[in-house]
Ligand binder design. Structure first.
Ligand SMILES: Cc1cc2nc3c(=O)[nH]c(=O)nc-3n(C[C@H](O)[C@H](O)[C@H](O)COP(=O)(O)OP(=O)(O)OC[C@H]3O[C@@H](n4cnc5c(N)ncnc54)[C@H](O)[C@@H]3O)c2cc1C
Length: 476
């Protein structure tokens, strides 16, 4: 059953995760002002799924149950599903900046594939357990955070080589009922205001790392789990039109010898399937990153053009402004086009679900992660200093002072000052505030560093085929 936003919040109230922010224990995540923008952003994924105009984009028929589910919990059964998921991500993120819940989709699809493949080699029963899990989260319309990134210690060393054995999450014990895990997952989006955690390995492993090859699901308030979170967005800031309303928290999740029943375990020691699970998740997730940043790009394009106009610089008439906005569009639509191509060239896995083409998924993510700075440069260059100097809303509303500011800060005669200032504040919010910095960091690092995507491109691209072409042309 699709939940309403109200039911989503009510379901969070039934959970009691241990969450700390700035040294304080959070009594209720739904009532915590510092987390409110995060709850709001995820609520939009519930709201949109119920709107008739978004039904096809936001929902799908589950091939497991035959029931309509939120597309963010759907297993892709075609290239069209891949495409719709990309469109959905853009749609959600042009409203919220970052809707976070797409991570669920990416992890569920990766687990669908990998549990099947692990069973084929090892005769395990992970896939059946996963299907039971999938059916439950689809039917209850849950939101899961995805905990992949480990603390990782010295980056040049494998998990078992680290000076402290707990720098990657690991299995410390197993018994007939389940496994016991210890360690930390270091950057987890939205964790405090989700229902469950899906844990994935963060890299490929060797036999010596087998205790680190672990994947499972666990309720967010399970015993032994503690979250150290940061605020979501810029709650309470009057000059933050987007991020006071919508934001994204990240949390460190500490696992202090946490028991996971076998029913919820999807990988436990099959070290040679850790890498494929990570890779499959990354391939799906990088397309999500593309869709998410295209949504942000929509805001940047619209606001940059609007502010230029308010400054009297018609983007269709003033040559350099036209060129800059055309470049902004070029960046956004070129990485989005890679997302489309990744979906269209998507293929069926051995498990029967569909995965985006990895080369275009990685190229799109690489373009998005590296061009974010070019995009912000264009915004800053085109907008001028008003971007960081517009008065606070309270000052604009102060009698006398406000009226004078309103008069002097007008740009083009037929465009109200209020409009000019509001657009400038939005651009400051998403490119030049604490959140602006945050958006550039999530763009470059979220979903994997540029180097990680380059490595994938070089691993997957058929350079030998290109070399054979040269032999054919030169004849040597
Ligand atoms: C806002 C935000 C939200 C995120 N949300 C989530 C989430 O929900 N779930 C999740 O699991 N993760 C999440 N991440 C984590 C993200 O996937 C990682 O940041 C990313 O994979 C990079 O890992 P890292 O931060 O540990 O950086 P590092 O791996 O330390 O990378 C830093 C630099 O070091 C380089 N480097 C790393 N290792 C080596 C090596 N062995 N040799 C040479 N160079 C190396 C990298 O290429 C990069 O240039 C999030 C990140 C951000 C910023």
């Amino acid at each position: 059953m699709l939940k309403t936003p109200e039911e989503f919040e009510a379901s969070l109230r039934e959970l009691h995760p241990t969450v700390y922010i700035k040294g304080n224990k959070v009594e209720s995540v739904v009532d915590e002002p510092l987390l409110r923008p995060g709850v709001n952003a995820i609520s939009v994924t519930y709201e949109y799924a119920l709107l008739p105009e978004y039904k096809e984009t936001m929902t799908a028929i589950s091939h497991v149950t035959g029931r309509r589910v939120n597309r963010l919990l759907h297993i892709n059964t075609s290239q069209d599903d891949l495409l719709k998921k990309l469109e959905m991500t853009r749609l959600l993120c042009r409203e919220t900046g970052c809707a976070q819940r797409y991570l669920c989709h990416d992890a569920l699809n990766a687990l669908y594939e990998n549990t099947n493949n692990t069973d084929l080699k090892y005769g395990t029963d992970y896939h059946v357990k996963f299907l039971n899990y999938l059916e439950r989260v689809q039917d209850e319309d849950l939101t899961m955070c995805v905990a992949m990134t480990d603390a990782k210690g010295d980056r040049t060393k494998r998990p078992h080589e680290q000076h402290d054995p707990d720098l990657y999450l690991r299995i410390v014990d197993k018994n007939e009922d389940g496994i016991i895990v210890r360690g930390i997952k270091a950057i987890v989006t939205g964790a405090p205001y989700t229902h469950e955690i899906i844990v994935l390995p963060t890299r490929n492993m060797t036999f010596q790392d087998k205790d680190y090859a672990v994947s499972f699901a666990i309720p967010i308030d399970a015993p032994g789990i503690e979250l150290v979170s940061r605020q979501a967005g810029r709650p309470g800031e009057s000059g933050a039109p987007l991020t006071s309303r919508y934001g994204q928290a990240t949390a460190q999740i500490l696992f202090d010898d946490v028991f996971i029943p076998w029913d919820s375990v999807f990988l436990a020691g099959e070290w040679d399937f850790a890498g494929s699970l990570t890779e499959s998740f990354a391939t799906h997730h990088r397309v999500s990153c593309i869709g998410a940043r295209a949504g942000l790009g929509d805001m940047l394009i619209g606001a940059t053009a609007a502010l230029a106009e308010a400054n009297g610089l018609d983007p269709q008439k003033i040559g350099h402004v036209r060129n800059k906005i055309a470049d902004l569009i070029k960046y956004v639509e070129s990485f989005y086009a890679c997302g489309v191509t990744a979906a269209v060239f998507g293929s069926e896995t051995r498990a029967g679900n569909f995965i985006p083409d990895p080369i275009y998924s990685n190229i799109g993510k690489l373009l998005q992660g590296t061009h974010i700075y070019d995009m912000f440069r264009i915004v800053h260059d085109t907008s001028g200093g008003i971007l960081v100097s517009s008065p606070y809303p309270e000052d604009m509303e102060t009698p006398d002072i406000g009226e004078r500011l309103n008069r002097y800060l007008q740009g083009r005669e037929d465009i109200p000052t209020d409009y000019r200032i509001s657009v400038a504040r939005l651009l400051e919010d998403i490119t030049a505030s604490y959140q602006g910095g945050w958006y550039s960091v999530i763009s470059i690092s979220g979903g994997g560093s540029p180097e990680a995507t380059r490595l994938e491109i070089m691993r997957k691209y058929d350079i030998e085929e290109r070399k054979s072409l040269i032999e054919k042309i030169t004849g040597v």
